[in-house]
Design a protein around this ligand. Structure first.
Ligand code: ADP
Ligand code: MG
Ligand code: MG
Length: 522
């Protein structure tokens, strides 16, 4: 019989382990800002608390883990192609835009740019995707077999790569240091180090290099092969567009620190409402110039040309409370800087696109290699439209007659937006039937349960949990000479394991439902 996992601990062992755990998390920046309910008085914003994390790495089957990583470059390319196919994406998006105000506004930024007369609306040549494909292992209760199933695909603000790397390091430390009691499950090959932090920062750095070589080919800029010993010398920089009061700021900061230390690249942070205070364009090429706020003193004037705009905000309506934020988004989109993502890439990540791609014919449009298309296709769960097509009418029937098998998803990101199981009929009845097509209906994946202990806000919870594996990818592309996509960089970029209580419907860490984990491969 297999030994119990996680191993049973005496209270002394548990105290030792949790002290090691907490100190490691605090010492290594595996932290988030505390919720205001926990620390109502944090006037200088100088408090941090360990991020919600599992005490042990969770068992995850090796074969689906390897397969999810192996197909990531193909998924990267698939979404680059979708984002590039304006006619196809536009047709889908325009349908949604009529009934979904947020999608409509995103699309309007694109169409306004296309229609602009002063030399054409778009000025960037390359696009960058820092994306994450999320999966669960599905256990078929009838056959008791398991397979990989995609939950969703994220093309904007895919977060937690840095903290997931720190969790992998934390779990490896607890194992190496002997803070875990001996267990046969943990070994060097079963605890692979995650490199999402470095890999995602590398993707940003690669885009930075691509930009400089495109706009200033005579500089022959190459990323330093070893960390530079001098401070940043280049007058190019990257901006992160962030949310005001972001609790998950350290996950973003780690990317910034890696870009600074490893590559000597300057990173600036700003919010959508503040963008226009510190930046402007130069016509006719629309270079995006950024004047760091601390250099507003004219004696020390410093102006940086922005190579890459990395959005960790702007993925949902709450980030656009007024027209000013839309104006700022348009301003950034119009610039020559590489956007991560562009509006079109953001739209390519909509749930609607995932539903349409779950149809084999649509997938074949973007993935020509049949063997690769089959591998990607085999990760798709059934997803249905809720429109008045025959498939949509069939799905409406499923939603009302068998809701327990399904989740209903609007075109939103960031967690907390879905409607589950029995709540679906009641919800659909409560909204205008005209808007039903802005939702998709997805078959629920049933991941196997494992045991673990979750550490959240200083509290410990032990019980049955389920995991969701995210695989990151970085991809840079431009228009090819043949009218298609020319991919100039494409890489798998590490993983995220998020774990939630098995009875909880959502797994979002930032949304307060889950925690960050790492994989012990079994
Ligand atoms: P978001 O873009 O808001 O993250 P998701 O599609 O990832 O939306 O859904 C949020 C969460 O809901 C997921 O992390 C997962 O826990 C759960 N979920 C979504 N789709 C399914 C599904 N088909 N089966 C089981 N759980 C799901
Ligand atoms: Mg998700
Ligand atoms: Mg998402």
């Amino acid at each position: 019989m297999a030994a119990a996992y996680p191993p049973t601990l005496t209270s002394d062992q548990l105290d030792y382990l949790t002290a090691s755990f907490t100190d490691y998390a605090l010492a290594h920046g595996l932290v988030v800002r505390p919720p205001s309910t926990l620390t109502p008085s944090n006037p200088h914003n100088c408090l941090a608390t360990p991020a919600p994390v599992t005490l042990f790495p969770s068992p995850f089957p090796r074969a689906p883990f390897d397969e999810a990583r192996a197909i990531q470059p193909a998924c990267n390319e698939l979404y680059a192609r979708v984002a590039h196919d304006e006619a196809w994406l536009g047709a889908l998006t325009q349908e949604l835009a009529r009934i979904d105000d947020f999608i409509g506004k995103l699309w309007a930024v694109h169409t306004r740019l296309k229609a602009s007369t002063d030399g054409g609306g778009y000025h960037h040549k390359y696009s960058l995707g820092l994306i994450r494909s999320d999966y669960m292992v599905h256990r078929d209760p009838r056959t008791n077999t398991t397979s990989l199933r995609q939950v969703e695909f994220n093309t904007i603000a895919s977060s937690f790569g840095a903290l997931a790397t720190k969790v992998s390091d934390l779990h490896r430390y607890l194992w190496l240091s002997g803070a875990y009691p001996p267990t046969s499950l943990l070994s060097e090959p079963s605890l692979p180090r995650n490199t999402a932090l470095e890999s995602l920062a590398d993707g940003l750095a690669k885009a930075h290099e691509t930009y400089i070589n495109d706009v200033a080919p005579d500089r022959n800029y190459t990323l330093p092969s070893t960390p530079p010993s001098t401070g940043p010398t280049s007058d190019y920089g990257i901006i992160f567009i962030v949310q005001d009061g972001e609790r998950n700021a350290f996950d973003q900061r780690w990317l910034e620190y890696h870009l600074t230390h490893r590559y000597g690249i300057r990173v600036f942070r700003t919010t959508l409402p503040d963008v226009r205070k510190y930046s402007y364009h130069i016509r006719p090429n629309y270079e995006l110039l950024f004047v760091p706020p601390h250099a507003l003193d004219p004696q020390r004037q410093a102006v940086f040309e922005i190579s890459v705009v990395y959005f960790r905000a702007g993925y949902g309506p709450a980030d656009y409370p007024t027209q000013d934020e839309w104006t700022a988004r348009h301003f950034l989109e119009e610039s020559r800087a590489i956007k991560c993502p562009t509006i079109l890439t953001q739209l390519a990540g909509s749930k609607k696109v995932q539903q349409v791609l779950a149809d084999r014919g649509s997938l074949a449009r973007f993935v020509k290699d049949e063997a690769i298309a089959n591998r990607i296709y085999s990760t798709f769960a059934s997803i249905y439209p809720l429109d008045t097509s025959p498939a949509g009418l069939h799905a409406r029937k499923l939603a009302f007659e068998h809701p327990a098998k399904y989740v209903l998803k609007p075109q939103r990101e960031g967690g907390g937006n879905n409607i589950y199981r029995e709540k679906i009929p009641e919800f659909l009845k409560s909204i205008d039937e005209e808007t039903w097509p802005s939702y998709i209906l997805m078959e629920l994946i049933q991941p196997p349960e494992v045991d673990n202990i979750v550490m959240r806000g200083g509290e410990m919870m032990q019980g049955k949990v389920v995991g969701e594996l995210g695989v990151y990818g970085t991809v840079i592309w431009k228009d090819g000479d043949d009218g298609g996509v020319e991919v100039v960089h494409n890489s798998e970029a590490g993983v995220l394991l998020r774990t939630k209580g098995s009875s909880s419907e959502e797994g979002g860490v930032a949304a307060g439902f889950g925690c960050i984990d790492s994989c012990v491969l079994v």
